[in-house]
Design a protein around this ligand. Structure first.
Ligand code: ACO
Length: 432
């Protein structure tokens, strides 16, 4: 017999042995622990999934205490330094880094799918010219679901792979068309450039006289996509899996994932960081701002993480990359505030004792802003990078025989069974 956990139920005096595998017990094994034979059995209560594994996964590993992030075993800093986003996307989706031929085919398959259907473009053109970019992206991705009749065949590997390629290919186009619509400019069709270069061109061509994609910015954006490509069971990925578990097509699941990413506690944090730095306004006002954070008036955006209790390795890379970008764009005046804010926070007991460090969002907004992206597009950029992870995690779920429709339990705290009041009964019989 392997490792087990011995449990004594003091309500009944009974003993139980629960198997332990991979430092985990199965929650359903607790169901046999009951007082009366017809009891439901013991459940676990875990709001926010603080300590619940919802799947087995071979894609991404994080050691939050040590600040380690690996995709398929490869450290994120090595991937970001040596591989393009499409190569990392291949790794995440297919399990291994591509050789030259595989890379050529993968890149070709993706770049051949970058156009979006006219019907989806018409959906984008029908949006009000607001800056609600994530709402538009949710709707545009969901609209793709109406264009591919076969997309619901999620158990067919080839059909599945086709939709995954389409999602990775089309999200930059959707994002750029949303931006062009918001800024009242005509769309620029996809062209045969790198993944990031094509996106920058669709965004900014014609916005300045003689606009050309700057190779350093193209490379920096590609690295930012790599850094966002996957992050195991974060909120939006869990939504992708949760929706995927009822087996709709992946466009509908990805639309839900984008919705989850939009929140300020997740992908919307980079936008919130910029607003925060603008509100602070000058390095002199940082101590006062930190005091208000410590009093609980608001959170220090771009700080803290559910899993990292150490410096987020992605934030370290982004911070280094800022110099490369600012050499081209000129520095962002908010950078000084961000650098000093980080310094002060990292020395403060409030942040030290709670192990709150800068996360991926702390510096990314500064870079995006310097590159010319409006703040409302920051979470959209996050979504472009993360699409690779979402579709890979979705496919892993679909192929996993242990997975079932996601359906958590609850602890019911409402009223016990009761009869409706007499008056309501009378009205009901009149209606009948
Ligand atoms: N500023 C100030 N205090 C914070 C912060 C913060 N950014 N983050 C956590 N804390 C404090 C909490 O108030 C709490 O203190 P307490 O123990 O005195 O009550 C303690 O640290 C633990 O916080 P929780 O909310 O329990 O941590 P959780 O793991 O649920 O939250 C989260 C993680 C949502 C990322 C949180 O740190 C946060 O709100 N950060 C700011 C938003 C942000 O940057 N989000 C981006 C995350 S990265 C990503 O999604 C890509």
């Amino acid at each position: 017999m392997g490792d087990t956990l011995s449990i004594k139920d003091k309500r009944t005096g009974r003993d139980y042995e629960v198997p332990i595998q991979a430092e985990t017990i199965k929650a359903v094994d607790l169901r046999k622990i009951r007082v009366k034979p017809d009891d439901f059995g013991l459940m676990t209560y875990d709001p926010g999934f603080m300590n619940t594994a919802s799947c087995r996964s071979s894609i991404t590993f994080i050691d939050g205490d040590k600040g380690i992030l690996l995709h398929r075993g490869y450290p994120i800093d090595q991937l970001a330094e040596h591989y393009s986003h499409l190569e990392v996307a291949y790794l995440i989706v297919c399990g291994e880094l591509p050789d030259e031929r595989q890379h050529r085919q993968w890149r070709g398959a993706i770049m051949a799918e970058t156009e979006i259907p006219d019907a989806t473009n018409r959906v984008i053109q029908s949006f009000p010219e607001s800056d609600q970019s994530m709402g538009m992206l949710v709707s545009a991705i969901a609209a793709l679901s109406t264009c591919y009749a076969d997309a619901g065949k999620v158990d067919d590997p080839e059909t599945r792979r086709r939709q995954m390629i389409r999602l990775i290919a089309k999200i930059p186009t959707l994002a750029a068309y949303i931006y062009r619509h918001q800024s009242g400019r005509p769309i620029v069709h996809p062209s045969d450039r790198s993944y990031a270069g094509n996106f920058l061109n669709m965004m900014f061509a014609g916005t300045k006289p003689n606009y050309e994609v700057h190779p350093d910015l193209e490379q920096a954006l590609d690295v930012l996509f790599v850094l966002h490509a996957d992050h195991e069971q974060n909120c939006s990925t869990s939504v992708m899996r949760c929706i995927g578990s009822s087996r709709p097509d992946p466009y509908l699941a990805a639309a839900g994932a984008v919705g989850a990413l939009a929140g300020p506690l997740h992908g919307g944090a980079n936008e919130a960081v910029l607003e925060m730095l603008e509100a602070i306004g000058s390095t002199k006002r940082i101590p006062e701002y930190i005091e208000r954070v410590k009093k609980g008036d608001f959170r220090l955006m771009g700080f803290g993480h559910r899993v990292y209790k150490n410096y987020d390795p992605r934030a370290r890379i982004i911070k280094r990359m800022a110099d490369q970008v600012f050499k081209v764009t000129g520095t962002n005046p908010l950078l000084d505030i961000a650098l000093e804010l980080e310094q002060i926070a990292l020395q403060d007991d409030y942040f030290k004792s709670r192990k709150l460090y800068p996360n991926v969002d702390f510096y990314s907004g500064l870079i995006y802003q310097a590159m010319g992206f409006p703040a409302s597009m920051f979470p959209v950029l996050f979504a472009i990078g993360r699409m690779a992870g979402w579709v890979a995690q979705w496919e892993e779920l679909i192929k996993d025989p242990e997975q079932k429709i996601a359906r958590p339990r609850q602890i019911y705290e409402g009223p016990a069974t009761r009869d409706v009041p007499a008056k309501a009964k009378a009205e009901a019989s009149e209606r009948a």
